[in-house]
Design a protein around this ligand. Structure first.
Ligand SMILES: Cc1cc2nc3c(=O)[nH]c(=O)nc-3n(C[C@H](O)[C@H](O)[C@H](O)COP(=O)(O)OP(=O)(O)OC[C@H]3O[C@@H](n4cnc5c(N)ncnc54)[C@H](O)[C@@H]3O)c2cc1C
Length: 164
């Protein structure tokens, strides 16, 4: 998606490079998403077949849940182990903003399923992913507004030092 947004940006700026584009530059978000899905799908399929053929490694496909401190079930299968490594990833934290329960909103993961161009995208949280999507959708053609509660953007990074 970043690459598609970059292509849109360069196409819009083609004249700066001495390149003439006849007609209007437009972005087909369905094709942008399809391209992204194809690339990530290939990566996923490759990893899956690699794991499936790995000696002494068994992949169970399904939702795992604890049945007891040392037992897990995945569908009909029960698995037992002395030690379990829980690696279920992180979920977006939905801030307790007044009225948020009354509107439709996207998170960092549901954003990946967007196949249309929002007229106006409001990004709450200006760290890596928020800003990445802000830049991307601006390049695709959305109007973008970013809200950040810290005094500066990407506050985990070092502060810029102004040179005299
Ligand atoms: C939009 C976006 C862009 C990002 N860009 C970058 C980047 O450019 N560079 C970078 O380094 N990082 C990036 N990240 C962060 C990166 O994706 C995460 O840090 C990484 O995926 C974390 O890996 P993980 O294995 O801990 O968790 P995840 O990738 O979240 O994997 C957890 C897996 O566990 C599965 N699972 C959850 N519960 C269960 C259950 N009960 N039973 C079975 N399975 C379960 C989930 O379905 C998922 O497949 C990005 C993240 C997002 C959302």
């Amino acid at each position: 998606m970043v690459a598609s947004a970059y292509a849109a940006r360069i196409a819009h700026r083609a004249a700066d490079f001495g390149v003439t584009i006849e007609g209007r530059v437009s972005v087909d978000m369905k094709r942008v998403k399809a391209r992204k899905d194809e690339i990530s799908g290939q990566s996923r399929t490759g990893l899956e077949s690699n794991l499936d053929s790995l000696k002494n490694c068994t992949v169970y496909r399904g939702h795992a849940r604890f049945e007891s401190p040392r037992e897990i079930s995945v569908g009909e299968t029960r698995l037992a182990a002395d030690k379990t490594f829980i690696n279920v990833g992180g979920r977006a934290r939905i801030p307790d903003m007044p009225g948020i329960d009354q509107v439709k909103y996207l998170t960092n993961s549901s954003m990946m399923h967007v196949d249309f161009l929002p007229r106006h995208l409001l990004v709450v949280g200006a760290s890596y992913i928020g800003l990445e999507f802000a830049q991307m959708f601006r390049r695709f053609g959305s109007e973008v507004t970013v809200a950040e509660m810290s005094s500066r953007l990407i506050s985990r990074e070092d502060e810029d030092v102004s040179r005299r």
